[in-house]
Design a protein around this ligand. Structure first.
Ligand code: HEC
Length: 670
């Protein structure tokens, strides 16, 4: 086997290597030695028992990496891509596939019939079918393929260009979507433009050739009906300030939901119910560039400030909750087993290979909400413990079942060799689901704490106060990559009472914080960021957990009532525990325990005494790694680079010397 190429990954989650080419699944060798390194970090709750995960295979055995998905009645249209992420060789062989037999596939030996409608697109990640025409979002263009006659192939040049010049080549710019947005009775394509990033994770200054385009923004383009002329459509921005908004959904109330990824200015992954004209915190640099829509001009774009941002609706803590938030889908008009979940959101998360569930509510006029694990992480092909590969897209078919479009690559997206495909996430009937199944259905803010609603009653006395673990923290969004948990504290539950039905519990917690609790460190602050409250709630009888979903992460912007922290309400953390948490939230998004982790970051375990060639001031020098080297590497990632990593950049993390020294000690203890 050839040496594994250093593969760089980003929150958007696609590989930078061009080493793999699309092949039939049977030709791919599962690599047993390199199991998905994220699997250990992902709580394993298996596939949700209300769903059955079904493999649906194609007639020719081919598999595909899905960038976008849209149903047109019972025919599924998908875009596929095989990106070369080196910024050198543009991948212009993206496809649009027409997939038939989707609803029948897997039954009586029926297979998917796939027709390749074109194979010359530039990394397409957006698709919609309107009025019989197919709209596709490429990296740099939005085009229309007129499929009214159901052609079986479109030659290059047969497309109608709706919008050109949306990006110059950059591995991190995509057009994401499309959802159909209705305004004044007319249909518009709704999508996101992701931002340009330097390999390594820093922001890039980028000037899209089209002066109308603002990257890092959510837009509508239209009106469209399948036959409009390019001159008749207009580009309009709904919101800005996103970094890697790799997911979009429009709810039944016409609310637009955007999922963004952790990175510069984004200390966590985020799910946002956008408000028109608002800016969500990711500042684009201005030198000769074009800033994000609604970016506040009064704030220095180089350093940014959370003071200029509108808060994310729900934070999805990096690693613990999400690693690459992708597509949200609102559950609506569900009957049967899913009826209690109407209005909630399923959110795909593809580095972890899992699906999250999110419940949101409006408190005092502000939208906020809570995230739960819905499925475990990726595992085997049949999804015995989770999904086969990274769930990138999710759509509901006309049969009411969900269809998951997957993507994978080498390294972090290995998924045991199952890198791609389409799986049916079938909703089970009421008679098929286990009768003893229970989980947390919803969490709402109430006076002094939270009301926790369960799907079914919890048996009396199955939970003691000290079975409940609570912690809370906030973030400082900065121009540095990611962000550690700030102001973190472990809280003790004050009281827990159940209502007469046993379905609702009220959990009282002293010391909860919300947007009014501003903390600062020098110029940094958590303005408009919110506080995350993590509660692990584990009712048991005779040692057996009664819940599938035991844990939740509530993003508090507005609490109701409640007391300040009193003596005995806080559990103190040791320095070691605090450092471990910092390392997990700040460093492990890149430095996972394998060579070339994420973004090509080296494995730091066992690094002490390693002899390596280092680039220092453009010269090669031999060094033996010691504590001081580590401190310098953490404080000044640009100044010192070991040779294999000379072309990748660790972003500055803005740590103090003391914090760097503590982290160096922590690395030495690994
Ligand atoms: C966005 C990804 C990313 C994050 C987050 C990150 N690193 Fe790095 N790190 C890298 C990359 C890439 C390199 C190699 C290139 C370089 O040295 O700049 C690196 C190099 C290093 C090195 C030098 C290793 C060597 O072999 O010379 C140390 C030490 C280090 N990182 C520590 C940390 C610590 C501690 C944190 C958290 C506080 C952290 N890093 C967060 C990507 C990251």
């Amino acid at each position: 086997m050839t040496l594994f190429k250093i593969s760089l990954h980003l929150a958007l989650g696609l590989s930078l290597t061009a080493a793999e080419t699309p092949t039939a699944r049977k030709k791919e060798k599962p690599n047993e030695k390199r199991a998905n390194p994220t699997a250990a970090a992902v709580p394993s709750v298996g596939v949700h028992p209300f769903f059955a995960l079904e493999n649906i295979d194609t007639e020719g055995g081919e598999v595909f990496r899905i960038g976008g998905m849209a149903f047109d009645k019972d025919v599924l249209y998908v875009t596929t891509l095989q990106p070369d992420r080196t910024n050198k060789a543009a991948f212009k062989a993206g496809k649009v596939l027409r997939v038939e037999n989707v609803l029948q596939a897997g039954k009586d030996g029926k297979k998917l019939k796939v027709t390749t409608l074109c194979d010359w697109l530039y990394e397409p990640c957006a698709i919609a079918v309107i009025g019989g025409s197919i709209y596709v979002g490429e990296k740099d263009r939005i085009i229309r393929l007129d499929d009214g006659v159901h052609k079986d192939f479109f030659q290059k040049g047969e497309e109608t260009v709706m919008l050109a010049g949306a990006s110059v080549p950059n591995f991190h710019t995509y057009t994401i979507g499309f959802e159909q947005y209705i305004k004044d009775g007319k249909t518009f394509l709704c999508g996101n433009f992701t931002t340009a990033v330097l390999i390594g994770g820093k922001r890039d200054v980028m000037i899209p050739p089209n002066p109308e385009v603002h990257r890092g923004s959510n837009f509508i383009l239209g009106p469209v009906d399948g036959k409009e002329t390019p001159d008749s459509v207009k580009l309009e921005f709904l919101a800005g300030g996103f970094r890697t908004p790799n997911g979009i959904e429009i709810g039944p109330d016409n609310a637009v939901w955007v999922a963004d990824n952790q990175g510069v200015f984004n200390p966590s992954n985020e799910l946002i119910r956008i408000e028109k004209g608002k800016f969500y915190g990711h500042y684009l640099r201005t030198e000769n560039g074009r800033v994000s829509a609604f970016q506040p001009a009064a704030i220095d774009a180089e350093v940014g400030s959370p003071k200029g941002q509108t808060a994310a609706t729900v934070h999805l803590e990096q690693n613990a909750v999400s690693r690459s938030a992708a597509q949200p889908i609102v559950l609506r008009s569900e009957t049967g087993v899913l009826a209690p979940y109407n209005g909630q959101i399923l959110l795909t998360e593809f580095t972890g290979g899992r699906i999250l569930r999110v419940f949101t509510e409006q408190v005092g006029g502000v939208w906020q909400g809570v995230a739960f694990q819905h499925t475990g992480g990726a595992s085997d092909k049949d999804g015995n413990n989770g999904l086969a590969a990274g769930p990138h897209r999710i759509e509901q078919g006309p049969d009411g079942n969900f269809y998951i479009g997957e993507i994978g690559a080498g390294g972090l997206w290995e998924f045991n060799g199952n890198w791609q495909g389409l799986q049916r996430y079938r909703v089970k009937s009421t008679t098929e689901v286990p009768s003893d199944f229970n989980e947390i259905l919803a969490v709402r803010v109430v006076d002094g704490g939270f009301e926790i609603e369960f799907l079914k009653p919890i048996p009396a006395n199955s939970i003691a106060l000290n079975d409940i673990k609570i912690s809370q923290w906030t973030y400082f969004p900065t121009q540095n990559y990611g962000g550690k948990d700030e102001g973190k504290m472990m809280l003790k539950p004050k009281a827990l009472t159940f209502d007469a039905s046993g379905k609702k519990a009220t959990l009282i917690i002293n010391g909860l914080k919300d947007d009014n609790d501003i903390i600062t460190n020098g110029t940094l602050s958590n303005d408009n960021t919110g506080w995350v409250v993590n509660v692990e709630f584990n009712p048991r009888t005779s040692g057996k957990s009664l819940l599938h979903t035991k844990e939740f992460w509530y993003t508090l912007h507005k609490k109701i009532g409640g007391k300040e922290v009193g003596a005995g309400d806080v559990i103190a953390l040791t320095k070691g525990e605090a450092l471990q948490q910092t390392f997990q939230s700040l460093c492990m998004s890149c430095h996972v325990e394998r060579e070339g982790g994420v973004w090509g970051a080296p494995n730091l375990k066992g690094i002490l005494g390693r002899e390596q060639t280092v680039m220092r001031d453009g010269k090669q020098v031999e060094v033996t790694v010691d504590r001081n080297y580590l401190i310098q590497a953490i404080l000044h990632p640009d100044a010192v680079k070991s040779l294999p990593f000379k072309d990748v950049a660790m972003p500055p993390l803005g740590l103090s010397e003391e914090a760097a020294a503590d982290l160096a000690d922590y690395i030495l203890s690994l």
